[in-house]
Design a protein around this ligand. Structure first.
Ligand code: HEC
Length: 157
């Protein structure tokens, strides 16, 4: 029993110590997503879907929940954001080639259709991020139209 108490105490001390270290937040001062929005021209509805369900992990600004102040949750969230941004970052759209934009939109369609995105861990705590079938349809239609324009090279600056 004595050893168990010592272990628990050690864990508690580690947990408290962890609170002093915060991962850097993903909150760029200016994050206009101008290139992405002007090129792909999402409808109001699609824009709202992206804002509510995707931007937290796929742009340079995350709206953090209160529990992000608690380690190790903060590290876990920071990891998701970092990983999400690595795969797709709407704030960095202007740096993608036309081919990459087209491919990323294809992946958007695939991951939304299969229900892979938004991540389950996210929708558990962000109920409004769940996509209805109407919302999925709107998103997919926008992807298809936009991809057609990219493929015809009609969306280059
Ligand atoms: C909680 C964070 C989170 C949210 C919210 C989220 N994603 Fe992701 N997304 C990730 C992570 C992490 C990855 C990379 C790992 C993986 O593929 O599971 C990823 C990967 C992707 C990829 C790339 C898949 C690939 O094969 O490389 C696409 C496309 C994508 N997400 C689209 C979306 C869309 C569209 C939404 C909103 C409807 C969304 N994501 C919401 C975290 C998130």
């Amino acid at each position: 029993m004595k050893i168990l108490k010592k272990i628990l105490l050690a864990l508690l001390i580690i947990l408290i110590a962890m609170q002093f270290y915060r991962p850097e937040k993903n909150n760029a001062e200016t994050d206009l997503k101008t290139a992405f929005l002007t090129e792909t021209n999402p409808s109001k509805e699609v824009k709202k879907i992206l804002e509510t369900s995707c931007y937290d992990c796929h742009s340079n600004t995350t709206a953090y929940p209160w529990y992000n102040n608690i380690a190790p949750v903060s590290y876990w969230l920071a990891d998701h954001v970092k990983d999400g941004k690595k795969h797709l970052n709407f704030s960095e759209w202007e740096n993608y080639s036309v081919k990459k934009k087209d491919h990323k939109l294809d992946e958007v369609m695939e991951t939304v259709e299969s229900g892979e995105m938004p991540l389950k861990e996210y929708t558990w705590t962000h109920k409004t991020a769940n996509l209805s079938s109407t919302q999925k349809e709107a998103l997919i239609e926008w992807v298809k139209n936009t991809r057609a324009l990219y493929q015809l090279n009609l969306l280059q600056e």
